[in-house]
Design a protein around this ligand. Structure first.
Ligand SMILES: NC(=O)c1ccc[n+]([C@@H]2O[C@H](COP(=O)([O-])OP(=O)(O)OC[C@H]3O[C@@H](n4cnc5c(N)ncnc54)[C@H](OP(=O)(O)O)[C@@H]3O)[C@@H](O)[C@H]2O)c1
Length: 313
C-alpha cells in the first residue's frame, strides 16, 4: 500500500466534505493521511479540524474563499510552504469537493465571473494548476462531478436543468441584469460547471505526468445538504421528502466513499477522468467526451485565470 501522505480537500466544513475528512481521520495509524483543509475561515473550519485531530490526524486549516481567485492562489502558496517545510507529509491527493449552486446567475464573483462556475470549476482549476509541481507520485486528483450534466431520472424529478454548453468565456459571464433569476438558469449553470469538470478532468490527464492520475467522483443525490440552501422553501421541502426514499445517498454514506477514492489501492488504477458513481465505475455519456471542447476549455480557463491574476483581484 502507498504511504497515505497528505490529502488536501476543499469544502471540508459540511456534508460530503466533512464526512470524507472524518472518514480519513478515522483510519488507523499508518493508513491515516495528514490533512490540509481548504475552506472559508471560521468556526466550522476549526470545528472539523479539531474533530479530525481528535481522531489522531495531523491537520492544517487553510482559510480560503474559493470565489476569490486571489484567495485560492494564496491558499496554494500556503499549502506549498507547509509541504516544503515538512509540516505535513508529501502531497498524495487533492480532493476538489467544494461546490455551490448560486440561485442568481447574475451574481458575480469578486473576479467578475458567474458564481457557480467560479467556485465549482475555476477555483479548482487554479488550485490544481498551482499545486501540480507539489505532488509526490503516485498522486491523485479527485474532482467532484454530478449526473445533472445530462438528462436522468433524478435530475428530471428535481427539475435541475441539464447542461447547455457554450464557449467557456460565456459560461463564466454572469447573466445580464435584466434576466430574472430562475431555478432553471441556476440548474443550467450548475450542470454546465459539472460538465466542465468532466471535460477538464479528461484534458488535465493529458497535461500531467504519469505520476498524477485524475478521476471524478459522483456521490449520488444527497438531499438536504447546503447545496440547495438558496432554493425556494417548497423545493427544499420536496428535497427533504425525497430524501426519505430508501437508497437515496447521504453524506454519511458517500463521505467515506470519497475518502476511499483519494486513498485506497482499489481505486489506484483510475485515470483519464474515470467517473465513479458512489462505488461504480461508470461510462459517461458521449456528450462528456469532446476533444475540441476539452481543448477549448483548457485554453479559455488559462485566459480567465490569467485575467483575474492580472487585475490583482
Ligand atoms: N448534494 C448532492 O446531492 C450532490 C450530488 C452530486 C454532487 N454533489 C457535489 O458534492 C460536493 C459537496 O456537496 P454537498 O452537498 O456536500 O454541498 P454543501 O453541503 O453545500 O457543502 C459545500 C461545501 O463547499 C463549501 N463552499 C461553497 N462555497 C465556497 C466558497 N466560496 N469558498 C469556500 N468553500 C465553499 C462549503 O463551505 P461553507 O461551509 O463555508 O459554505 C461546504 O463546505 C459539491 O461539489 C456538489 O456539487 C452534491
Amino acid at each position: 500500500m502507498t504511504e497515505p501522505g497528505t490529502v488536501l480537500i476543499t469544502g471540508p466544513t459540511r456534508n460530503l466534505g466533512r464526512r470524507a475528512v472524518l472518514a480519513m481521520a478515522d483510519r488507523p495509524d499508518g493508513r491515516r493521511p495528514d490533512l490540509l483543509l481548504v475552506g472559508r475561515a471560521g468556526r466550522d473550519l476549526t470545528a472539523v479540524a479539531d474533530e479530525a485531530r481528535a481522531h489522531g490526524a495531523t491537520v492544517r486549516e487553510i482559510g480560503c474563499d474559493l470565489s476569490r481567485l486571489a484567495d485560492v492562489r494564496a491558499a496554494a502558496d500556503t499549502a506549498r510552504e507547509l509541504l516544503a517545510a515538512g509540516a505535513v507529509r508529501p502531497l498524495r491527493a487533492l480532493v476538489a469537493n467544494a461546490g455551490t449552486m448560486s440561485t442568481d446567475t447574475r451574481q458575480a464573483s469578486p473576479d467578475g465571473y458567474e458564481m457557480t462556475f467560479a467556485v465549482n470549476f475555476l477555483a479548482h482549476a487554479q488550485l490544481v494548476g498551482d499545486l501540480l509541481d507539489s505532488f509526490t507520485a503516485p498522486a491523485r486528483v479527485v474532482l467532484i462531478g454530478s449526473n445533472t450534466y445530462h438528462a436522468n431520472f433524478w435530475r428530471r424529478l428535481l427539475g435541475v436543468a441539464e447542461a447547455k454548453w457554450t464557449d467557456p468565456v460565456e459560461l463564466a459571464r454572469p447573466a445580464a441584469r435584466e434576466q430574472a433569476p430562475s431555478m432553471a438558469a441556476s440548474g443550467v449553470a450548475y450542470s454546465n460547471a459539472k460538465l466542465a469538470i468532466l471535460y477538464y478532468a479528461h484534458e488535465l490527464q493529458r497535461h500531467v505526468g504519469e505520476g498524477i492520475t485524475v478521476s471524478v467522483f459522483e456521490p449520488g443525490w444527497m438531499p438536504g445538504t447546503a447545496l440547495g440552501r438558496g432554493a425556494p422553501a417548497a423545493a427544499q421541502a420536496m428535497s427533504r421528502a425525497l430524501g426519505r426514499v430508501p437508497g437515496v445517498s447521504t453524506p454519511e454514506r458517500s463521505g467515506p466513499l470519497l475518502a476511499s477514492m483519494a486513498l485506497d489501492d482499489k481505486w489506484a488504477h483510475l485515470r483519464d477522468g474515470a467517473f465513479v458513481v458512489k462505488t461504480k465505475l461508470t461510462e459517461v455519456q458521449p456528450v462528456a467526451h469532446d476533444r475540441e471542447r476539452e481543448r477549448r476549455l483548457w485554453e479559455a480557463t488559462a485566459e480567465l485565470l490569467e485575467r483575474a491574476g492580472a487585475s490583482g483581484s
